[in-house]
Design a binder for this molecule. Sequence first.
Ligand SMILES: C[S@@+](CC[C@H](N)C(=O)[O-])C[C@H]1O[C@@H](n2cnc3c(N)ncnc32)[C@H](O)[C@@H]1O
Length: 286
Amino acid sequence: MMGGGGASESAYRVLMGVLESRTGQTLSPNRIWRIEMSLKPVMQRHGVADLDALVGALVTSNSRQLLDDTVDAMLNNETYFYREHSVFDDISSTALEHLRKLNAACRRITIWHCGVSTGQEAYSIAMLLAEQDAKWAGWQVDIVGTDVSIHAISRARIGLYSQFEIQRGLPVQRMVRWFDQTDGGWLAKADIRRRIDFSVQNMLTDRPPLASPADLIFCRNLLLYFSLPMRQKAFAKLRAMAAPQSFLVLGAGETVLGQTDQFVASPRLRGLYEPADQQARCATAA
Ligand SMILES: C[S@@+](CC[C@H](N)C(=O)[O-])C[C@H]1O[C@@H](n2cnc3c(N)ncnc32)[C@H](O)[C@@H]1O
């Protein structure tokens, strides 16, 4: 039995197919067993007894809500503030400084968080930049967060985090400076929320709402759930949205090596990637 639960193999196959066609994500065998657990709340909400009944309802009911809820529940939205925190230290001291020099004439910088989940990654950067407000005076700094998950983006927009979530990676000084404690949890202050534009987007098919090409792209812990052809398509999409001289940030376990020729490891900034054609231009100019 595929998922180890009581559902038929064809039910698992249909659900995996739905997830892949809607998001590009492939469920590896070690995540299939989680399907039943992740979908339990959806089955309860929609009054279906088990996975076979859920698949039956998806096929016969034509319910958009059921489809959205099912896809959402199968996504892995794991995230936390300052995840792999040294990345943020490096970006603050190197990438942002580099981009400041590069964009000094237009005084504009666009940061895109692709696969932002419930928002912690974008809030991490927004807080970091807010603390450097004096330095960025007169600059237009756009932070855009996108994710295919409707539920995750609606949570990101609200900016409300439980005690458990707020304590994951966020230093206490930043928590009290940028969040208000409410009955429902810790709410990001308006000054930090207004800095980020969140929207629901499938990065494989949609065009993110960027006012100008992205100077800094975070796409962390998302590509590892794509098959190689899907990942290559994703890299091409990221490249299409990247400024010629820009940086791409991947998750700690992700790389471009053997995956794409659209980006290469940055010779300037350790751990970051740059558009490959930009590299070629630099090499020719040198
Ligand atoms: C594991 S989370 C990573 C969140 C954050 N980037 C981090 O590293 O902490 C991956 C996110 O990618 C999103 N995702 C998956 N497929 C996507 C797609 N095709 N387009 C946009 N977002 C996608 C998921 O919904 C999920 O929120």
